[in-house]
Write a protein that binds this ligand. Structure first.
Ligand SMILES: [Zn+2]
Length: 147
């Protein structure tokens, strides 16, 4: 079946369902088509408005998100960095000033490994690095800065 948007000479619009475009042309030629509103037999096909596809298409991976539109590369990098921080903050346990000690305990398998974050002085950080403990310094806002 095929649906055509039709219009009579008086401007009434309606839909007609046909087996094929050929069937529509044939019925129209034989005067079998009438406007359901006024009975006018002068029927023309009008261009259909695009049908709305109800099934939402999956967004293409290459598609830019709206929030990325109109921003330069630096702004996007900042946004991604901010998201990464959010991710780290959401997934890691804040051990605060106990960070150097906790990092050691995890490194030496004294406690189950888990993502942690916290604060360490430069000396504490350097000491961890010297021991071969993988730590990364990330400028994360402290909780009081977040509030
Ligand atoms: Zn009509």
């Amino acid at each position: 079946m095929i649906v055509f948007d039709l219009q009579c000479a008086s401007g009434h619009r309606f839909e007609g369902w046909f087996g094929s475009a050929r069937e529509f042309a044939s019925q129209r030629k034989r005067g079998l088509l009438n406007c359901p509103s006024c009975g006018n037999g002068a029927i023309e096909r009008v261009l259909s408005a695009p049908r709305i596809n109800v099934g939402a298409a999956a967004p293409s991976p290459q598609a830019k998100t709206p929030e990325m539109e109109g921003k330069d590369a630096f702004a996007i990098a900042q946004m991604l960095y901010s998201r990464m921080l959010d991710e780290i903050l959401a997934r890691s346990e804040d051990v605060g000033k106990a960070f150097p000690e906790e990092a050691r305990r995890i490194f030496y398998s004294e406690v189950p490994a888990r993502p942690i974050r916290g604060r360490a002085s430069k000396e504490e950080h350097d000491a961890l690095v010297d021991e071969g403990i993988p730590v990364a310094r990330i400028p994360v806002p402290t909780p009081d800065q977040l509030n």
